[in-house]
Design a protein around this ligand. Structure first.
Ligand code: SDX
Length: 436
């Protein structure tokens, strides 16, 4: 018997089919199409709402073992990368597959740094938003607007063009993010300072006021670098799936990144970090944690920042973020929300409801507490996620474009609607209740 194949017996026809297994653990859905009862049949499909058990691609970028709580970028454990690398160094690894030499890193940093400025028309575009506009809405729209400034980005099949857009996006997303923050406060924009590191320059564009030169606190800058490393990629999550799907139509990388950021903004995905702080505010104090947990167990809402489609163990990123919090709080002073979060984690991890569902803190549970301690407003938290995840989206987009197996994403469906119906003229129609 072939270890790398399944024999499927169709009881309907008593026919048997040998279906090869890929990489030891997957079968090609298209192989199901040969299973028919009549030769003219369409053949079988797989049905998998939300892609709970469907591989959409082969990827060499990020490996996750959800049961063991393992996360590696290009084979390197996230714990080592977070401890020993800078964010742009990890960005290089994720995009190009290898850790850069010192010379390669210098050239890479220079490349990114020269793309931090925004076209002046982009600033005017941003000024059109109301002061109350949510930063994520401004970020998504402005990233998409970049496609109107760089029409050459449509040459997605040209490797040199792709490399130029990758550098433009990684260089500009912190600038756009900072501009959305400054706009919401009515403050003047701060132009990039290309003498500063990626994270320190982001702090400069967020917080510089009238001083001639911004002095970034090195502990905060390092904490931001670590947070950016932890958020850079996470294999086929909802927003990355969006990046790949939109990119599969050969749309330009700016509108693809905007689409991915739109997916990230949902409260079940990257928007959770903002919801965690709102949840901690609602709980209000440590002694009210048990009552809140009971409410969730009764089916009223979710513990935001808990649970994960893949991790059925502690999210390794949450553990590192918790450690990073200590270094930040030594500078900023503690965050009272941390006490509530730690109590919520303690209670939940001892409660059968969460234990039986393998619900652990995920990357979003502690990140907002650090951002808040840094002085970043809650509405900016998902933008903070989108900045580093732009690297992962672009790496996955490139891998998709270069994958000979990939083509435009177009799933099938199981049709459950009406069969053919005779047309009814308007005077003969009866009213019917429509869903509110
Ligand atoms: C991110 O995919 C990624 O990699 C994403 C991400 C990345 O880096 O890109 O890791 C980033 O998005 C992290 C997740 C952030 N979202 C949240 O913290 C929102 C709260 N979490 C949940 O909405 C939920 O856990 C998801 C969306 C993260 C995962 O949902 P699944 O895999 O679809 O699981 P499910 O909804 O089917 O839940 C299984 C059970 C259900 O209970 P029963 O119907 O079996 O009784 O667990 C329950 C759920 O009700 N459950 C929760 C819960 N999460 C799941 N109950 C309470 N609180 C929660 N947070």
């Amino acid at each position: 018997m072939d270890d790398d194949a399944l024999t499927i017996i169709d009881e309907r026809t008593e026919s048997s089919y040998d279906v090869p297994l890929l990489d030891g653990g997957a079968l090609r859905a298209m192989d199901l199409r040969k299973i028919k009862t009549r030769s003219e049949d369409f053949g079988l499909m797989s049905y998998d709402p939300a892609f709970m058990n469907t591989a959409s691609c082969r990827s060499a970028i990020t490996f996750i073992d959800g049961d063991k709580g393992i996360l590696r970028y290009r084979g390197y454990p996230i714990e080592e990368l977070a401890e020993k690398c800078g964010f742009l160094e990890v960005a290089y690894l994720i995009l190009f597959g290898e850790l850069p030499t010192a010379q390669e890193l210098d050239a890479w940093v220079r490349d990114i740094t020269r793309h931090t400025m925004l076209h002046e028309t982009t600033k005017k575009f941003l000024e059109g938003f109301s002061l109350q506009a949510h930063p994520m809405g401004m970020f998504i729209s402005t990233v998409a607007a970049l496609s109107t400034i760089y029409p050459d980005a449509r040459n997605v099949l040209n490797p040199e063009s792709r490399q130029l857009q990758v550098r433009r996006l990684i260089g500009k997303v912190p600038t756009i993010a900072a501009y959305t923050y400054r706009h919401s406060l009515g403050y003047p924009y701060v132009y990039p300072d290309n003498e500063l590191s990626y994270s320190a320059n982001f702090m400069n564009m967020l917080w510089r006021m009238v001083e001639p030169r911004y002095q970034a606190n090195p502990v905060i800058a390092r904490a931001l670098d670590v947070l950016f490393i932890l958020h850079a990629d996470h294999e086929q999550n909802c927003s990355t799936n969006t990046m790949r799907a939109v990119g599969s139509s050969q749309a330009d990388p700016f509108v693809c990144t905007a689409a991915a950021a739109a997916a990230l903004s949902g409260p079940l995905h990257g928007g959770a970090n903002e919801q965690v702080l709102k949840m901690l505010d609602e709980i209000g104090s440590k002694d009210r944690v048990p009552a809140y947990v009971d409410k969730v167990k009764a089916g009223h809402g979710k513990l935001m920042g808990f649970g994960h489609r893949v991790y059925k163990n502690y999210d390794p990123r949450a553990r590192i973020i918790k450690q990073t919090a200590d270094s930040v709080f030594k500078i900023t002073g503690g965050n009272p929300k941390l006490e509530i979060a730690l109590e919520l984690e303690r209670v939940a991890l001892e409660d059968e409801y969460f234990v039986s569902r393998k619900l652990y803190p995920n990357v979003d549970f502690y990140s907002g507490i650090i951002y808040q301690a840094m002085g970043i407003p809650t509405e900016m938290f998902t933008v903070m996620f989108a900045i580093p995840r732009t690297v992962g989206w672009l790496a996955q987009w490139q891998e998709m474009i270069e994958d000979p197996e990939q083509k435009i994403a177009r799933p099938r469906q199981i049709y459950v609607g009406h069969g053919k119906r005779e047309f009814v003229s308007i005077e003969k129609r009866s009213s019917h209740a429509v869903a509110a």
